[in-house]
Design a protein around this ligand. Structure first.
Ligand SMILES: Cc1cc2nc3c(=O)[nH]c(=O)nc-3n(C[C@H](O)[C@H](O)[C@H](O)COP(=O)(O)OP(=O)(O)OC[C@H]3O[C@@H](n4cnc5c(N)ncnc54)[C@H](O)[C@@H]3O)c2cc1C
Length: 307
């Protein structure tokens, strides 16, 4: 991570990265989900920002909040096809994170509970992919879930990791897969460091997945690659719009492009994070600013132009 972003004080991170967050309560986030659907025809995947867990109380709160999120979706009054999915991170439920040499105690059990409640209510989940320390654990959790019939749980695969090509061969049948380049900087012995190469893999892996019968969530803000996916990969695979969607992050300015996709009848979904505690949101927000430092200037410019 850029040292400037790493050491910028938390209150400034929160200020500059605020456009990426849908609010400080589940109610506000559900309000955003409904508005995105009503005003722009966009679907959502709802995420609680819950990283850097320091004690069991926080881990339990995250589990309880996700169970409430399942209930909130089921009681939202939205038509079934507009229900948001939920995205969750394995590290949110453990005080023993794998990247610090821990054993992820409690994480899998918590995700199983959320997946069971979601199955009961008919809500779809996606398990986000964190740094390389979590890849085996996350894929194994998905395999266990699918072996138990929890086919409503989808995965995220990062094209920057070299291992992903092999991981494609061991996915549960029909698994829903979000393809991303990956946000965690990984060492060059395990990952690509060149962005265009990561994006070429987005196309190649999307083609493999579609041809093998998976549902593909093509997640990038790079319009050129979205177009190449739609104009080259999809026709080569001969699949309809029921087999894929395009995903972007809430707060990234892509309004016109998304409207254009909607006009073509292509499903588009935004990743909509909300925070109950800003402490637990800071790591997500730092990564966003690291990825796109220009946000600092955009927010500053907007602030002055409002005056
Ligand atoms: C729906 C969704 C879910 C994701 N889930 C995961 C996950 O589980 N695990 C994981 O490792 N990564 C995840 N990511 C992040 C992803 O891996 C990339 O880091 C991120 O999408 C940026 O890469 P890009 O493909 O958009 O390409 P980039 O080249 O980074 O972006 C293309 C263009 O989009 C604009 N842009 C990109 N990011 C921003 C931003 N933050 N603010 C403003 N403009 C921006 C810029 O103009 C940039 O030139 C997710 C991304 C999305 C969209």
């Amino acid at each position: 991570m850029n040292p400037l972003i790493r050491f910028i004080p938390a209150f400034l991170v929160r200020f500059f990265a605020s456009p990426y967050v849908a609010g400080d309560s589940l109610e506000k986030a559900m309000g955003v989900v409904k508005k995105l659907k009503a005003d722009r025809g966009l679907l959502s995947t709802l995420d609680l920002l819950a990283e850097d867990i320091r004690n069991e109380v926080q881990a339990q709160q995250n589990l309880d909040t996700y169970l409430s999120m399942v209930d909130a979706v089921a009681q939202s009054g939205l038509p079934l096809e507009a229900w948001p999915t939920l995205s969750l991170k394995p590290s949110s439920y453990t005080t023993s994170p794998l990247q610090l040499g821990g054993d992820a105690a409690g994480s899998r059990e918590a995700m199983m509970k959320i997946a069971a409640r979601a199955a009961e209510k008919g809500v779809a989940l996606s398990i986000d992919m964190e740094s390389r320390h979590w890849t085996d654990f996350t894929l194994e959790t998905l395999r266990l879930m699918h072996a138990q019939g929890m086919t409503h749980v989808g995965a995220v695969l990062q094209t920057r990791l070299h291992r992903t090509e092999k991981d494609l061969d061991a996915l549960p049948k029909g698994l829903r897969v979000r393809l991303v380049i990956g946000i965690y900087r990984e060492p060059s012995d395990v990952a690509l460091t060149d962005k265009p190469a990561m994006k070429e893999r987005l196309l190649a892996f999307a083609e493999t997945l579609l041809k093998r019968g998976h549902y593909v969530e093509f997640a990038t803000h790079d319009d050129t690659y979205v177009r190449r996916f739609l104009e080259q990969v999809v026709p080569r695979c001969g699949v309809g719009t029921d087999r894929y969607e395009v995903q972007m992050l809430y707060g990234v300015p892509r309004d016109r492009f998304l409207a254009d996709l909607r006009r073509q009848g292509i499903k588009a979904r935004l990743y909509v994070p909300f925070a109950l505690s800003w402490d637990m949101a800071i790591q997500y927000l730092r990564r966003r600013l690291d990825e796109y430092p220009a946000m600092v200037w955009l927010v500053t410019k907007n602030m002055f132009s409002r005056r």
